[in-house]
Design a protein around this ligand. Structure first.
Ligand SMILES: Cc1cc2nc3c(=O)[nH]c(=O)nc-3n(C[C@H](O)[C@H](O)[C@H](O)COP(=O)(O)OP(=O)(O)OC[C@H]3O[C@@H](n4cnc5c(N)ncnc54)[C@H](O)[C@@H]3O)c2cc1C
Length: 343
């Protein structure tokens, strides 16, 4: 079998890419190893300037014009006129995006895992019946997340990684909270993100500033003091790749986490995945397509990576920076949007 553009991964990046390619009349197949599209270890936070205004209102579970931020020395609340962040259910977001890509004419195959890639073709295994198939392609898009096979095929290392741990527990709370504390969460933070009938409680940190096991232990004991017994719930953890080294390699393209385009500072990755997916589709359709939007995304990503490098130098420096940024947010000198991936 031969296809013009083959996309590995039906996450937000792969599906955004598939929709635009299909709209341009390009023969596109998406291969996804999961049977159900959407579910992903994630806090489900999307930002106003990034995605809230782009997805149907019904997809937002809860919206928050107020954000509560706590450090060892400050406890602040910032407020804007529109929602700063909303929460989404990743399965519903995935199903919505898959429907759009399907309606545009993209073919999506689930329950198939890509095992091997060679120049111009790859080997797919159907997980249910074990059958193998070789598919050849003109273009390959690696939208296969932070442990990307396509990235490994390109021999790109992923050294700059963050670790995200999430517990999705039953409950209903009104406030969206961020907790910065170097001793507990390195140069990252812990969050409390309310969803409908559930709460996402988790922590994110650069791997260099906090080992995953320690981050998990600290999260559990910190959450206990906030009144949440996480030990009785399953933990879900995944790396977040922010080691960006390029997105276009002849007829192979990398999208979202596979490209290392998530923010190393906050772990925000849904927006960069969607934007890079769309821009790569437009580049495949028209090789002269302007790179201005990708350049803007990469420049924002680069700023975040530089902030991670500075805050990761030592604990004291990170604590001082966290207090200064919080003070800036409190006084209005820093807008919350400055910490987002959207320009
Ligand atoms: C704990 C945690 C919390 C997070 N919270 C947020 C948040 O609040 N907001 C935010 O914006 N971002 C958040 N992120 C980051 C966000 O989830 C990712 O950046 C985003 O999902 C990346 O999208 P993607 O399309 O690049 O990859 P993914 O969403 O990872 O999709 C990749 C897809 O490829 C498939 N795949 C992989 N390998 C193969 C293969 N060999 N064959 C077939 N299919 C394959 C996978 O099954 C998957 O469906 C969080 C991440 C973590 C770990």
């Amino acid at each position: 079998m031969h296809v013009h553009t083959l996309i590995i991964g039906a996450g937000p990046g792969g599906l955004a890419c598939a929709k635009i390619l299909a709209e341009q009349g390009i023969d596109t197949i998406v291969l996804e190893r999961k049977k159900v599209i959407g579910p992903k270890v994630c806090a489900g936070g999307i930002t106003w300037s990034g995605l809230i205004s782009r997805v149907p209102e019904t997809l937002a579970e809860k919206s928050f014009p107020k954000q509560y931020i706590k450090t060892p020395f400050q406890n602040i609340c910032i407020q804007e006129k529109t929602a700063i962040i909303a929460t989404v259910n990743r399965e519903k977001l995935g199903q919505h995006m898959a429907q759009l890509a399907h309606d545009a004419g993209a073919k999506i195959r689930t329950g198939v895992i890509v095992r091997k890639i060679h120049t111009g073709a790859l080997l797919v295994i159907d997980k249910e019946n074990g059958t193998e198939e070789e598919i050849s392609f003109d273009n390959l898009v690696g939208a296969d997340g932070s442990s990307s096979l396509v990235r490994r095929f390109l021999k790109l290392e992923s050294k700059r990684l963050g670790i995200g741990i999430n517990y999705q527990i039953p409950g209903d709370v009104p406030k969206m909270e961020w907790h910065l504390n170097n001793r507990l969460f390195g140069n990252g933070y812990a969050w409390i993100f309310p969803h409908v009938d559930t709460i996402s409680i988790g922590a994110y940190a650069d791997r260099k500033t906090m080992a995953p096991g320690k981050l998990k232990d600290n999260l559990i004991s910190w959450a206990g003091k906030q009144g949440y017994d996480l030990k009785q719930h399953p933990a879900h953890a995944e790396y977040i790749n922010y080691d960006y080294q390029g997105w276009h390699f002849a007829n192979i393209f990398l999208v979202g986490d596979a490209a290392g385009l998530a923010s190393g500072l906050t772990g925000e990755g849904i927006y960069p995945a969607i934007i890079s997916g769309e821009q790569i589709a437009l580049t495949i359709a028209n090789p002269d397509h302007s790179t201005a939007i990708m350049d803007g995304l990469i420049s924002r990503h680069d700023k975040h990576s530089r902030m991670v490098a500075i805050s990761g130098k030592n604990g004291l420096l990170n604590s001082v920076l966290a207090e200064l940024v919080t003070l800036g947010l409190r006084s209005g000198m820093i807008k919350f949007g400055k910490l987002e991936m959207a320009v």
